[in-house]
Design a protein around this ligand. Sequence first.
Ligand SMILES: Cc1cc2nc3c(=O)[nH]c(=O)nc-3n(C[C@H](O)[C@H](O)[C@H](O)COP(=O)(O)O)c2cc1C
Length: 334
Amino acid sequence: MPDLTTTYLGLQLKNPLVASASPLSKKLETVRRIEDAGASALVMYSLFEEQITHDSYELDNYLERGTHSYAEAMNYFPDMGNYNLGPEPYLEHLHKIKQVVSIPVIGSLNGISSGGWVDYAHRIEQAGADALELNIYYLPTDPDLTGAELEEDYVQLVRDVRAKVKLPIAVKLSPYFTALPNLAKRIVKAGADALVLFNRFYQPDFDLEELEVVPNLVLSTSNELRLPLRWIAILYGRIQADFALTSGVHTAQDVIKAMMAGANVAMMTSTLLENGVGRIMHILTDLQDWMEEHEYESIEQMRGSMSQQAVAEPAAFERANYIRALNTFDQYVR
Ligand SMILES: Cc1cc2nc3c(=O)[nH]c(=O)nc-3n(C[C@H](O)[C@H](O)[C@H](O)COP(=O)(O)O)c2cc1C
C-alpha cells in the first residue's frame, strides 16, 4: 500500500486530505464524521475580526479607506450573525472539537487591521488548537491606497500574530496580488510557516428586478484548481514554507496535481458541502488506487515533481503557454 503520510505545519499527517475552514466544523457530530471519513486534519471556520472588535478604532480606521470593503470582507455570508456566534463561543467550540477528535485542529482568524483583536490568536492557542490559520483579506476601493502600503499591512499583521503565539502559523491569501512571490517571501519572513493558496471569494451579483446587489454563493468546480496549482508550482522551492492548496479540490486527481505542484496538503470545502463528508473516503480510495496503478510509493515521492523548477519546460507556467493556448482556438474561427 502506498505511503500517504505528509507533514504540514510541523504536524505529522496520515494523508494530505484536510477539511478547510467552513461551516462543516460547526457541529461536533459533523466534525466526528469528517475524522471517520479519513481527513487528516481540520481547519475550523473563522473567527472574524469584526466579531471581536465591533467598535475597534483600528478597524474603523482601516475600513474608512473604502466603504465597500466591510461588506466585501464579510462576503462569505450575508448575515454574519448566523455564521458564527462570537469570540467566546468560538473558543469553547474549539475546545470541544479537540475533545471529540484526535486529528489536528487548526483554528482560523480572519482580519486585516493590527490591533487588540490579535490577542485572540493567543486565546485560540490556549483553547488547544494545533496550529493557526490567518486569513487576511481586504478589498481596496480607495484609489489613493497603493499596493505597497496594503502589502505592508498584511506583513505587519503576520508579525503581530507571530509575536502572540508559539503555534505554527499558516497564512491564507487571495490570488489578487501584482507580485505574489515577493509578498509570499515577506510573509514567510514575518513568521508564517505555511501559505494557504487561495482563498475564494463570492462575487456579488445584481438582482435586476429589485436593483439590489446580492451575495451569490456558488461552490467551486475542479476547473478552479488551476490558479492555485500554477502558483504553488511556481513558489515551490523558491519560498521556504509549506503549502496548502485550496480551491477546486474535488477528486483524487486534483489531490495528486496539488502534491505534484508542491503542496503538503490539499484542502476541501465545496465538494464536502455538495456530496457530504463521506466524499473524503472515496477520494482516499481513488488516491491509493491511482498511486498503485502508477507505481508511486509515497506522497513524498510525488511532491513538487511538476513544480516549475522540476519540469522540463518551465515556461509552461508563464507567458509562452498563454500564446500557445490562444492559438488552439484558431480552429473555431469560421
Ligand atoms: C460556505 C463556506 C464557508 C466558508 N467559510 C470560511 C471561513 O470561515 N474561513 C475561511 O478561511 N474560509 C472559508 N471558506 C473558504 C473555504 O475554506 C475554501 O478555501 C474555499 O471554499 C475554496 O475551496 P473549495 O473549492 O474546496 O470550496 C468558506 C467556504 C464556503 C463555501
